[in-house]
Every structure is written in C-alpha cells, then in structure tokens.
Design a protein around this ligand. Structure first.
Ligand code: SF4
Length: 341
C-alpha cells in the first residue's frame, strides 16, 4: 500500500475516485433492499430483522440517479445486492434503468438463488451480465440448518436457470464456518469440477446482526486450499482486482476454486469497492464505522455535483483497511444484510 496522503492534503475534485492511500475506487455494490427471504444463521436471527419502512428505501429513480453519478465518477462495475435483491418488486425494471444509466457497466448480481429459476431470464434480458449465488452446503439437511429454509433444490434449479439465461460464468459463494460446513470443501471442489462453476470459499466475518461471531470458527483460506489440493491439485490463477484469489485444477478439469480470505489474509491494500445501502448511505468500506447520507441531500434538492462532492469526501476519509485483527476492533452496528456484501 502506498504511503498515506495527509487528509488535509487537497482532495482531487475531478478525475477518478481516490482515497488518501492512492486506491482508485471503481467497483460499486448497490443494496436494493434490506429484506431477505432466508434466515442464515451467520447473518440474522430466525425472526428476521425490523425491515426498513418503504419510504426510507431509495426509489428506482433515486437509485438510478445515484448510479449515474457514480458512473460519471468512474465506476465500471456494479454488483446488485440486498438483503436478497430478488425480493425487490419489479427488479428487472430497475435493472433496465441501471443498464440505461451505465451502458458499458459490468453488471452482476449476488443472490441466494431461491427465486432465480423464475427471474434469471428477465434479469438477463434487462441487462445483468453475471450471477453470483450463495450456497453454503450441498447437503439438504445442513442447508436447511444454515439458512433456516429447506430450499437447496430450488437454489440448484436457480443456478441451472442462470446458466441457461447466459448469466455466466456462474460463481458460487460459500461461507465456511468451523464445525459446521468445513467438512464439505472437497465435495464442493468435486462439484465445481462436475458443473464448471467457480466456487469461492469465504472466511467467516464479523458482520452478523446478533454480534455472535467467534474467531475460533474462522477456517483459514490456506487450510481450505490445502484440503482441496491434497485431493484435486490446484494451480494459482491470481487475484484480479476483486476479493477472490482463484485457482484452476491442475489436471485441466472444468471449474474454478476461489478464496476470499478477509480475516486471515486481508486484501484492503488493493480495495476498489464502494457501497450504497438500500436507504441511500454511502459506505467506503464493508466494516466502516461511519457513512455518508446521500438520501437526505438528494431529497432536499441537492444537485448531482453536490452529491458527487459528498461521495468524493466520503471516500477521501477511508481508512487503510478493516481492523478485525486489531485489539481495538469494533464490529459495525450495521449487519451484512443491511450493507449488501
Ligand atoms: S474490509 Fe474494507 S477496505 Fe478492506 S477490502 Fe473490504 S471494503 Fe475494502
């Protein structure tokens, strides 16, 4: 990481979005809803959360306007997230507006997949390029234990529908929790070889609404890779400017393995990510302790230039990276479902 530029240094008012560490931010995640139809144990309690009232959620017009401003500021890729984005009514209509606001944007979607069998086609038509689907177990009973939904078959059908709709390459996000599903990593690798999907193993992060995260349950990426490599030898592919480090199978089999080692091998040095919550808060980091309200000024008559300046200032205050491994670490009040990954 480059040395930090003093905060009081002159923040650039044009050109790409940068922070005081010289990182250029061009990858935006937009949460289009805080609601979800799953109850993953590492994310929220069984009863769910107090959902935001409708009037607090950004409208399609507001979301599209803000996206347009980010595109003007150099954003090149957009990941549509939630909660569960597919529970937002008329999502294909919103995607079409996003596509108009960013004709050259790389638009992907992160979803739990349970509604994908019905919506993959319309979303692809509307302008989504790729889908990342969460799946933490290939065992029906364990899937139900982890998500509190007996929905594995529907999710697998959703993956096939996404593939048929051309939302490829299909990427699978699997959160690995020690003592829960870490015994499945080799099975997931075998499945990746059979399906050709890229399975990314995500280290368990302190972003749950219950604040019940336990460091002992973090399975280091290195251990996951070693377990797979012992059975299906892997070759590194590198770490494009995205969270996952990917590997291919040495014997040339289809499929890919990725690891997102946020806890044991943080990648904040090359972070290019920006986040917008469903109610219009701009976050410069997944673990940020503060955020910039774009909704109030937007509804208060602010111009696009005003909002662009707020975004620049919000990024200029970005820290070097999360502090999970520091004694002073404080888990953000906002849980993953309220941020959108
Ligand atoms: S923790 Fe924050 S700084 Fe680090 S990679 Fe994630 S979003 Fe970027």
């Amino acid at each position: 990481m480059t040395d930090q530029i003093p905060h009081e240094a002159t923040m650039p008012l044009d050109g790409p979005l940068v922070d005081t560490y010289g990182r250029v931010a061009d990858d935006l995640r937009i949460s289009v809803t805080d609601r979800c139809n799953f109850r993953c144990t590492y994310c929220m309690p069984a009863e769910g959360l107090a959902w935001l009232p409708k009037h607090e959620i950004l409208t399609f017009e507001e979301l599209t306007r803000v996206l347009g401003i980010f595109v003007r500021l150099g954003v090149r890729s957009l990941k549509v997230t939630g909660g569960e984005p597919l529970v937002r009514a008329d999502l294909p209509v919103l995607i079409r507006l996003f596509r108009e606001a960013g004709p050259d944007l790389d638009i992907s979607l992160t979803t739990n997949g349970v509604l994908l069998d019905r919506l993959a086609g319309p979303l692809a038509e509307a302008g989504v390029d790729r889908a990342t689907i969460s799946c933490d177990s290939l065992l029906r009973h364990r899937f139900e234990e982890m998500t509190r939904r007996d929905a594995l078959d529907k999710v697998l059908a959703g993956m096939r529908a996404a593939e048929a709709a051309g939302l490829t390459p299909i990427k699978i996000n699997c959160v690995v929790i020690g003592g829960t599903n870490d015994d499945e990593v080799v099975d997931f690798a075998r499945w990746s070889r059979e399906t050709g999907y890229e399975v990314r193993f995500i280290e368990y992060m302190p972003l749950d609404a219950q604040h019940a995260w336990e460091r002992e349950k973090v399975v280091p990426a290195a251990r996951i890779l070693a377990a797979i490599d012992a059975v299906h030898p892997l070759l590194p592919e590198g770490h494009a400017n995205e969270p996952a480090t990917t590997f291919r199978f040495a014997d040339g089999a289809p499929g890919r393995i990725g690891v997102i080692a946020s806890v044991t091998e943080p990648f904040c040095d090359t972070c290019n990510r920006l986040r917008l919550t469903a109610e219009g808060m701009f976050r410069n980091c997944l673990f940020a302790m503060g955020e910039t309200d774009l909704r109030a000024p937007m509804r208060g008559g602010a111009s696009d230039d005003d909002l662009a300046l707020l975004i620049r200032q919000g990024l200029w205050s970005k820290w070097s990276g999360h502090r999970i491994n520091h004694p002073d670490f404080v888990q953000p009040a906002r849980s993953m479902s309220m941020i959108g990954g």
